[in-house]
Design a protein around this ligand. Structure first.
Ligand code: NAD
Length: 341
């Protein structure tokens, strides 16, 4: 039996507790939150869970094996480091930390102590994204030419991070999982429409080696919710719409063929292929359930974590570069080779 302590029971924490509590070999032993009202809710739903306002009580409990941190990003480093130093395996909510320096220190502390450090890049655990990875890595789509995503809604304005660190992090982690190479540079633009608040709208363009480009549009100030990603390949293209109840992924046998004339570029012909569309059957697993199961398997066996501290650090480095680019109105910022650990 793995005993888990959860720190943070705001918006996301209840999903965490529900999913860990559903695992037969897990006991959620603790929930800590700063607010008594949040803790009262825990007690009414899960009377057997011990609650408290001081997170130190969770990490000082010798019977706790793993700590889940579901608090605002600015607190991730302090809480994560305290948990690792107390010898606990750590599940960190996305993004891993507020800076790459903090993320790297968490990673090295976990590695030095031989502890699991997993980041909740939730979408990586969805059947849809796993299918996209399979189709891409298996060559079904051909050479990938672009990743193009829109992730917008009338969203909760965060106080400590801008919209890239809240929403684009999902796309960056999906790209990290699906594509076979990391971006080499990023250009980002965005704006805050509320004085004193972080940017609520952002456009990120990522450049890769070769003929691959990615664009991500995120916005907390949109009248409709859209979660749609296009992945264009030389053989096939796909559309992933996370809001579709079924048929979330549709694969299109569509594209072009270029017949270049040996004599003149002007005679180049573009041929169009408009073949069938099919939608792969996807299991109906909740991503967080799969992720929680995976984390426990990582702790109790030799399974390698899918979203480990290295992945967490790569995403934070990319977000940092995007933030730097945004401050100079989109000047491309190189993502050092060291970004890919
Ligand atoms: N994986 C996902 O899809 C997903 C979705 C939403 C949020 N998140 C992540 O979850 C984290 C929390 O986001 P949220 O929207 O739930 O935030 P929130 O503000 O709604 O909740 C955070 C909670 O943490 C508590 N808290 C803060 N500092 C604490 C401390 N020192 N000790 C104990 N409790 C403390 C607060 O009281 C609050 O109730 C963020 O990292 C966010 O990015 C992930």
């Amino acid at each position: 039996m793995i005993r888990v302590g959860v720190i943070g029971y705001g918006y996301w924490g209840p999903n965490i507790v529900r999913n860990f509590a559903a695992l037969p070999d897990v006991r959620v032993a603790w929930v800590a939150d700063l607010y008594a009202t949040r803790l009262a809710e825990v007690s009414s739903r899960y009377p057997s869970i011990t609650v408290g306002t001081d997170y130190q009580d969770v990490i000082n409990d010798a019977s706790v094996d793993a700590v889940v941190i579901a608090t605002p990003v600015r607190t991730h480093f302090e809480l994560g480091m305290a948990a690792l130093r107390a010898g606990k395996h750590v599940w960190m909510e996305k993004p891993l930390a507020a800076t790459s320096d903090e993320a790297a220190r968490l990673l090295s502390e976990a590695e030095r102590r031989g502890l699991a450090l997993m980041v909740d890049h939730t979408f990586v655990f969805t059947p849809a994204v796993q299918k996209m990875r399979e189709l891409t890595r298996g060559g079904e789509l051909g050479d990938i030419q672009y990743y193009d995503s829109v992730r917008i809604n009338l969203g909760l304005f965060q106080h400590d991070v801008n919209v890239m660190w809240d929403l684009a992090v999902h796309d960056l982690s999906i790209m990290d999982c699906v594509l076979d190479r990391p971006p080499v540079a990023v250009s980002a633009t965005g704006l805050a429409h509320v004085a004193g608040s972080p940017e609520n709208i952002a456009y990120l363009t990522m450049f890769f080696e070769g003929t691959l480009i990615a664009h991500v549009h995120v916005n907390w100030l949109a009248p409709v919710k859209i979660r749609r990603t296009l992945l264009g390949g030389t053989r096939r293209m796909l559309v992933y719409d996370d809001l579709e109840a079924s048929d979330k992924v549709k694969v299109y046998d569509r594209g072009i063929s270029v017949n270049a004339s040996p004599d003149s570029l002007a005679l180049m012909r573009i041929g169009y292929r408009t073949g069938d569309m099919w939608s792969p059957q996807l299991p109906l697993h909740e991503a967080l359930h799969v992720a929680a199961r995976h984390f426990v398997d990582v702790i109790t066996s030799t399974v390698k974590p899918m979203c480990d501290g290295h992945a967490g650090l790569r995403i934070v480095k990319l977000l940092e570069a995007a933030t730097q680019s945004m401050a100079s109105q989109g000047r491309p910022v190189a993502i050092g080779v060291n970004a890919v650990v």
